[in-house]
Design a binder for this molecule. Structure first.
Ligand code: ADP
Ligand code: MG
Length: 701
């Protein structure tokens, strides 16, 4: 037994780093559940904050309950009964709380044990919100319940803790007050931020912030306490944002203190070479972005730039021209894409644009090409196009200077850094079609630059979007057949079936068969991730050249695929896709001059599904859709950001706390300018090890 466990057992109360299983009221089972939620110590538990406060400070007569409330009522519980609903397993408890003014019904969901606990004839205090019920009456829903006279009657604001898997609110309510003394013991949960900074931002020190959230002062307004701007809440969110900004800045500082070793040559000959590669006139936005990139290339420090542009805005050509600058300067470039299909397409396009002058190679996991790798290592191959296969250990560049990552949200931070490590501080251009709000981008990268293609190439018309029930499928196919009789091409997309790629490949073949038979006069083909590389390339080539008119596919075509003649998109089981995915899929059409149409067929819809599809039909603006997606799903899930290595916050919200994020960025810069000052020692002790861990992870992976 360690001294710590000994101390806890001796009843001297836990320390901040006492494991939760030694905290009174938490057994091994609950401790395991807490650990799974990242709460390992008594100190961690103090960061599990109330999600609301019950205000027991005033009581109202039962008859007064005529709006949402919340209400506090004192009365006897009558007509108590348990009702089993037809939906299996769901039990309702109903009762009426009666006082001198009359009665108010109350209902509890899924708390059948209440029926045994309530003692008839006892007076209770009930607290909770109300909702309308039959006959114009209101009923209390899941009110908290306390017998009057038993123990200490609850007074004031009582925190209500969000349950965790396996741990109900009552446990937290019981345990947390026993931990509050920790906040008063110096050194247990020290404030890492310097007092001068807190004063400047008007924020309370950490222990004070936690104390006022767990035990609000008398007279506090519960809604104010919960607001994001309330100083205690803001202290926690700001702390999180500031620490991340510091970590990212330090990480970058360690990597980028030195200037890059390569130099670009930018003169008339290079400009002529770039012009020669151009199949069309650049849009104003493309020219502007290219200027921003070339400016970065000529600087002594490596570029880190995010190029955002909605689907079809023409990001590829911008990257291609930047690669021309690199190659004309005697340097190498890399172009990485998330799927083999997309890498193959980029290789095809770039070869067509640049293949006459330069040597390109395609590297992917289904193509082991030792000759290409050798030519890359010798510098003979100037541009390597590929999937994450580019990151393999055996892949070596002679002088990689410019790395481009397409659809970067499909890659993790570590993969991005792994590509950078293929050269010596290469310039990095990451591209994404799904716009990340600036604040999210900043949280993911720290100080990257952002360029935006906010203009589509000329001649595009919006894609007409329809959302229809699957029962309309036949009619949709008939229209498709009629319209394609006059030309054009179509995608029929089936969602990836959960589970294995082979299951979905089979499903697509089966589901697609009916459609293909129906559309029979039109030549069609099936495309999914299980096809061999050559077969996949053959199918895509035939679709690109127009020999295949209808492509029946899984979501392998979701990102990047570019066949401008395609004008029809039918998305099956559209309710299974997220907004971002739907928008990406729709982005496969409307790329040429023809009018395009997207039909989303859906099965049974949930309310959320209905809303999502309505938003999809109403807007084509990727940025607007991203914001709507954020509102519907919360930041972690949006646009695959979780995959992109975006840290998940406990308290901060990258969109709602934008003002604090900007302050955190400014403050991080200020702190780093005086990083070695004694005042900052606690903060250094917290941040530096994390930066080292991140660097270690990179070196290891
Ligand atoms: P995304 O930004 O989605 O990656 P792409 O780079 O695939 O878009 O470009 C979409 C289509 O628009 C391609 O067919 C491309 O050739 C075409 N395109 C790009 N820029 C222009 C332009 N300035 N004028 C005309 N067509 C363009
Ligand atoms: Mg693209």
């Amino acid at each position: 037994m360690t001294a710590r466990e000994d101390g806890a057992a001796a009843g001297s109360g836990p320390n901040a780093d006492t494991p939760v299983r030694f905290v009174r009221g938490i057994g091994p089972q609950r401790a395991a559940a807490l650990a799974a939620a990242g709460l390992a110590t008594a100190g961690d538990l103090l960061f599990h904050l109330p999600s609301r406060y019950d205000d027991w400070r005033s009581e109202q007569p039962a008859a007064a309950v005529r709006s949402e409330g919340p209400w506090t009522v004192r009365g006897e519980l009558r007509d108590l009964r348990v009702v089993r609903t037809r939906r299996r397993g769901l039990a309702l408890v109903r009762a009426v709380a009666c006082d001198a003014s009359g009665g108010v019904p109350a209902i509890w969901f899924n708390q059948p044990y209440l029926a045994n606990r309530v003692v008839p004839g006892t007076v209770y205090r009930l607290h909770g919100a109300a909702r309308p019920s039959e006959g114009g009456r209101w009923e209390l829903v899941n009110p908290s319940l306390r017998p009057v006279g038993e123990g200490e009657p609850p007074r004031g604001l009582v925190p209500v803790y969000p349950p965790l898997k396996g741990i109900g609110p009552a446990t937290f309510a019981r345990v947390l007050p026993t931990l509050l003394p920790l906040l008063d013991r110096a050194g247990e949960l020290p404030e890492p931020l310097p007092p001068s900074l807190l004063a400047r931002r008007g924020l309370p020190p950490l222990p004070d912030a936690l104390r006022s959230l767990h035990r609000p002062p008398d007279g506090a307004d519960p809604l104010r306490l919960l607001a994001r701007e309330s100083p205690p809440r803001a202290r926690l969110a700001y702390g999180e944002l500031l620490e991340l900004q510091l970590e990212l800045a330090l990480l970058r500082r360690r990597g980028a203190e030195e200037p890059k070793p390569h130099r670009y040559r930018i003169d008339d000959a290079v400009r002529a070479a770039a012009r020669a590669a151009l199949p069309f006139r650049l849009t104003g936005a493309q020219k502007q972005v290219l200027r921003e990139i070339v400016d970065d290339l000529t600087r002594p420090w490596a570029m880190l730039r995010l190029l955002q542009g909605d689907v079809g805005s023409g990001k590829t050509i911008v990257a291609a021209l930047a690669l021309v600058v690199a190659v004309e300067s005697g340097l190498q470039g890399a172009f990485m894409a998330p799927t083999e299909l997309l890498a193959e397409q980029h290789f095809g396009n770039l070869s067509r644009l640049l293949g006459g002058r330069y040597r390109l190679a395609l590297l992917s996991s289904s193509r082991r090409d030792p000759a290409a790798r050798a030519a890359l290592a010798s510098g003979e191959v100037q541009i390597a196009v590929g999937t994450h296969a580019l990151l393999q250990e055996r892949v070596d560049f002679r002088n990689l200077a410019l790395a481009v990552i397409d659809e970067q949200h499909r890659f993790g931070v570590e993969q991005r850094l792994a590509l950078q490590r293929k050269g010596t501080r290469p310039d990095l251009l990451v591209m994404t079609a799904t716009p990340i709000p600036r604040s999210l981008a900043l949280t993911a990268y720290g100080d990257l630059e952002i360029s935006c293609l906010d203009e589509l190439p000329p001649g595009r018309t919006p894609v007409e979007t329809e959302v229809l029930p699957a029962s309309e499928r036949r009619r949709v196919y008939r229209r498709l057949r009629d319209e394609l009789a006059h030309g054009g091409q179509a995608y029929l997309v089936f969602p990836l079936i959960e589970g294995s790629e082979s299951v979905s490949a089979e499903a697509v073949e089966a589901l697609g068969r009916e459609a293909r038979e129906y559309l029979a006069p039109l030549p069609s083909a099936v495309l999914h991730g299980r096809l061999a590389a050559e077969e996949r390339e053959r199918v895509m080539r035939e679709f690109a050249t127009g020999r295949v008119r209808v492509l029946v596919a899984t979501t392998v075509i979701e990102v990047g695929v570019d066949v401008p003649e395609a004008t029809w998109m039918v998305i099956e089981s559209a309710e299974r896709f997220g907004l971002a995915q739907l928008h990406q899929l729709r982005g496969r059409v409307g790329r040429g001059r023809g009018r395009s149409r997207c039909v989303a067929l859906h099965g049974r819809l949930t309310e959320a599904g209905r809303r999502r599809l309505a938003i999809f039909a109403a807007s084509q603006d990727g940025f607007r859709l991203a914001e709507a997606d954020l509102e519907l799903r919360g930041p972690g899930d949006v646009l695959g950001l979780r995959q992109s290595g975006l840290p998940s916050f406990r308290f901060a919200h990258p969109l709602l706390d934008q003002a604090w994020l900007e302050r955190a960025r400014a403050d991080a810069a200020e702190l780093l300018s005086r990083w070695q000052e004694p005042e900052l020692a606690p903060l250094r002790a917290r941040i530096e090890p994390r930066v080292t861990t991140r660097i270690g992870r990179l070196a290891g992976g």
